[in-house]
Design a protein around this ligand. Structure first.
Ligand code: NBP
Length: 503
């Protein structure tokens, strides 16, 4: 019994997280359903990993579980969904009261709530922990979003803090330098206890929803530079590299600059031009959009990103439609307007990004009321500053905004973001107008602008909508000249009868 922790699931995430844990001086027992993968992993570790002696493979579950110090901490990194239930059920006969299961997969948060209830009834503590950052994050420092049993969290916390990404506590700048066997010491660890039951996986889900729109907005910026300005991939890549030095600086912008400048290893030209334009998705963006609909949160830009992937995926239909459905005659931007147009695209990207994050945080605000959580948005922004896919200089601005006002209703109302939106909106509107008049889809930019314009409108045409609802369904309406909460109905379309107040 000498392992500090155990891990089940040795695919890309499990292998890398196990090595990260071992690098921090912990002995880790590992198990995989298919033992060949475990044996291969252990062989590879021996060949090239400085911490390999602390990674101990087990081919059977009993010896795996028995090798872990009590209370046992067992991390699951298996395929989300039924595989997680199968794995938990396989472990249960060997576990003892007070042992802790930590699900690091991308579980649906309602599954996490169910699993916590079921396991608590059996005396097993459960933590659902969002893990973000892909394989590199898992290896050298992910952003970790744990929730569930508080006592269990206290037991897991030292390991989670050790393995999490580290950033400068004040600036949010990543502390680089982690290497196999040489983890980063010091700095702010990108993990905090999120709250009860499924809240950690919920926050991870919203993180992924934001990631969807963040990526979509970058794709639209690229597409407009290509189609409005006729720029080649590498030239656009250089623009992104330049943008990465300023307020847009982020992991996604950085990798975009690299991707666009990557030559195709197979034939002349750039790789991006050879990649099929049909996007895949694993479901977390769709979960976010569906939950926003369920809660009535106006996350239209996040939804637009999910729809954009869906539209891209019907490639064959689009090819057929492109021969039939006409667009406008395109009016490419002249060379003299090129620099100004690139600047306007940058504004569109930044303003849309502000709206996307505002939607994500607004959604989490609705969720904490609906599901009885108490989320700390300042801390959530802090732990997204490093390790995760959406890490960005921008996250420090969000951290600062919640430090100024922890009860901020909407990110757009923070003075920094208000100023950025006020300053950037002319370019943003210009770019959307150019996209529309040239027939170039820019649904992310447009959805974000519609959200911005809707949110800043003191009056909307929902007056007519309420009247329509009352007309056909007697759904009643409030009046602008009466206090909120009083409902009226008119007997449409007959003679103008006096209005009746209905409680
Ligand atoms: P996968 O999501 O591809 O899962 C592979 C692992 O699940 C293997 O260990 C496999 O065992 C095991 N597994 C499967 Br598949 N079906 C099983 C079953 N019925 N019973 C027991 N084990 C089963 O691996 P991954 O990409 O490393 O992701 C692991 C988790 O982390 C997932 O929940 C994922 O959503 C999440 N995540 C992934 C990323 C990422 O960037 N990839 C990022 C953040 C979170 P086998 O080897 O025997 O088939």
């Amino acid at each position: 019994k000498n392992a500090d922790i155990g891990l089940v699931g040795l695919a890309v995430m499990g292998q890398n997280l196990a090595l990260n844990i071992a690098d921090h001086g912990y002995t880790i027992a590992v198990y995989n359903r298919d033992p060949k993968k475990m044996l291969n992993f252990i062989e590879e570790c021996k060949a090239k990993e400085p911490s390999h002696e602390r990674v101990v493979g087990h081919a059977d579950l009993a010896s795996f579980v028995l090798s872990i110090k009590r209370p046992r901490k067992i991390v699951l990194l298996v395929k989300a969904g039924s595989a997680t239930d199968v794995t938990i059920n396989a472990l249960l006969p060997f576990l003892e009261e007070g042992d802790i299961i930590i699900d690091g997969g991308n579980a649906l948060w309602t599954d996490t709530i169910r699993r916590e209830k079921e396991l608590t009834a059996k005396g097993i503590d459960f933590i659902g922990s969002g893990v973000s950052g892909g394989e590199i994050g898992a290896r050298f420092g992910p952003s970790l979003m744990p929730s569930g049993n508080r006592k269990a969290w206290a037991s897991l916390e030292p390991i989670w803090r050790d393995i999490a990404a580290k950033v400068d506590p004040d600036t949010g700048a990543p502390i680089e330098g982690a290497a196999p066997g040489k983890p980063v010491e010091g700095g702010f660890a990108c993990t905090e206890y999120i709250g009860p039951d499924g809240s950690g996986h919920y926050v991870k889900m919203v993180h992924n929803g934001i990631e969807y729109i963040d990526m979509q907005l970058i794709c639209e910026a690229y597409w407009l530079m290509k189609n409005l300005l006729g720029m080649a991939a590498d030239e656009i890549g250089k623009v992104f590299a330049e943008w990465n030095k300023g307020e847009l600086s982020s992991y996604l912008i950085e990798i975009t600059a690299d991707i666009l400048q990557q030559k195709d290893p197979v034939s002349p030209g750039f790789l991006v031009d050879k990649v099929m334009d049909a996007a895949g998705q694993k479901g977390t963006g769709q979960w976010t959009a569906a939950n926003a609909l369920e809660l009535g949160a106006p996350a239209n830009a996040i939804a637009a990103a999910v729809y954009a992937r869906a539209l891209s995926s019907v490639k064959e239909e689009r090819v057929e439609a492109s021969k039939i459905l006409k667009g406008p005659v395109s009016k490419p931007v002249s060379d003299k307007d090129k620099a100004a147009t690139i600047e306007a695209i940058k504004s569109a990207l930044y303003c849309s990004k502000i709206c996307a994050y505002a939607q994500g945080f607004q959604l989490m605000d609705k969720a904490q009321v609906a599901y009885n959580w108490k989320l700390n948005f300042g801390e959530i922004a802090q732990i997204w500053r490093g390790g995760c896919i959406i890490r960005a200089r921008f996250l420090q601005k969000i951290t600062d905004a919640y430090a100024r006002n922890s009860r901020l209703k909407n990110l757009m109302l923070d003075p920094y973001f208000t100023t950025e939106l006020n300053d950037g909106q002319a370019g943003w509107r210009h770019v959307i107008a150019l996209a529309v008049s040239n027939g170039i889809p820019a649904q992310g930019f447009a959805a974000a602008l519609a959200y911005y314009d809707g949110y800043r409108s003191a009056v909307l045409p929902a007056n007519l909508l309420q009247a329509q609802r009352d007309y056909f369904g007697a759904h009643t309406y409030e009046r602008v000249d009466q206090p909120r909460g009083q409902f009226f109905h008119l007997d449409w379309p007959e003679k103008n009868r006096p209005q009746l107040a209905i409680e």
